[in-house]
Design a protein around this ligand. Structure first.
Ligand code: FAD
Length: 298
């Protein structure tokens, strides 16, 4: 999906697929196609009907990787030390599609289904990310706690220092919240389907990514220089966690989704509805008869 000029706003996609008889002819430039240089086939998101672009004019087309015109420009490196435990994560291909011809039947679904299919795949996919992040957070948390009870400095173990206790307490609470929000989003998706669960999915995407990042950050801090070195998996986990706030839609895009949906339940009020003098006056009018009776009887 992603192009050098179109990422967080996929409406800007410029790759085009034009029908020519029984074939599609695809031209465009993509990047950050994870595992694209080692895959047997690529799923290309392309504009197939510019008249109704962005949403209804975009389609997904399967392109075998060995098709003439598919040029793998390079793998964009995202990990400085690909030999460390997350080397696979550094494989994001930049690919040019130059007059690539594939059969018309390689279309996934129907013409114009591109965004709908992307949403249907990305929603459940985000839950999988969140589940992996919970596991990663637990691993980093265990390392944080082990270090806290093992390292003594300035007269006590790290575990006895209130700032470190605060990291542990915050991490535990954040991880518990992330776990419950992940379960809730998955349950909601099962109950009403991914489109109707988009707020819950968006919330856990940015919340879960931030929790992962926070817990790993604290574990690194507790380990000092060792935590920053490649002798522990934490520094690679940290870079992985940083990317989680960008891929599959950056935090901000998901926050926009949540805020927009939430705000639909609110209308503009010149006087705040909780304005105390106004509410007092309304109450006085509503209960005027009772108040009059009370003052007569007293
Ligand atoms: C490790 C990794 C793997 C990836 N794998 C794939 C893949 O397999 N396939 C694929 O298609 N793409 C993939 N991507 C690309 C990813 O989906 C894009 O990076 C992402 O959509 C953001 O697009 P962009 O990088 O072009 O950033 P831009 O679109 O340039 O956005 C830059 C920044 O602008 C800010 N921003 C965006 N929108 C708003 C807004 N509405 N309000 C406020 N701020 C905003 C955000 O902070 C965002 O990070 C991958 C990315 C990474 C890092």
């Amino acid at each position: 999906m992603t192009e050098p000029g179109a990422g967080a706003d996929p409406k800007l996609i410029s790759t085009k697929a034009v029908r020519d008889g029984d074939e599609w002819v695809i031209n465009g430039h993509k990047w950050f196609t994870t595992n694209g240089s080692v895959a047997d086939f690529l799923i290309v998101m392309a504009v197939t009907n510019p008249d109704v672009h962005p949403y209804a004019g975009t389609s997904m087309i399967v392109v075998p990787a060995d098709t003439t015109g598919v040029h793998i420009v390079r793998d964009v490196a995202t990990m400085a030390h690909p030999e460390t435990s997350y080397g696979l994560f550094g494989n994001h291909a930049e690919i040019k599609y130059l007059d690539v011809r594939v059969p018309y039947e390689n279309l996934v679904g129907r013409e114009g289904d591109g965004f709908r299919l992307a949403q249907e795949r990305l929603g459940p996919g985000r839950i999988h990310h969140c589940m992996r992040w919970l596991g990663q957070s637990e691993r980093a948390f265990d390392m944080l706690c082990e270090r806290a009870v093992s390292r003594t400095l300035h007269g006590s173990t790290l575990a006895e220092k209130q700032m470190v206790q605060s990291w542990i307490a915050e991490s535990k609470a954040e991880m518990t919240a992330a776990r419950l929000m992940t379960l809730y989003a998955a349950w909601k998706m099962d109950e009403v389907g991914p489109p109707a669960a988009r707020v819950e999915i968006a919330m856990i995407k940015y919340f879960g990514a931030q929790v992962l990042y926070n817990v790993i950050d604290r574990a690194i801090q507790a380990h000092g220089a060792l935590g920053f070195s490649c002798d522990l998996p934490l520094e690679a986990m940290y870079r992985y966690a940083r990317a989680a706030r960008i891929y599959d839609g950056p935090d901000e895009v998901h926050k926009v989704t949540v805020a927009r949906q939430v705000l639909k339940n609110y209308s503009s009020h010149e006087t705040p509805s909780e304005h105390i003098p106004t509410r007092q006056e309304e109450a006085r009018q509503k209960f005027a008869t009772l108040l009059d009776e009370l003052s007569l009887n007293s």
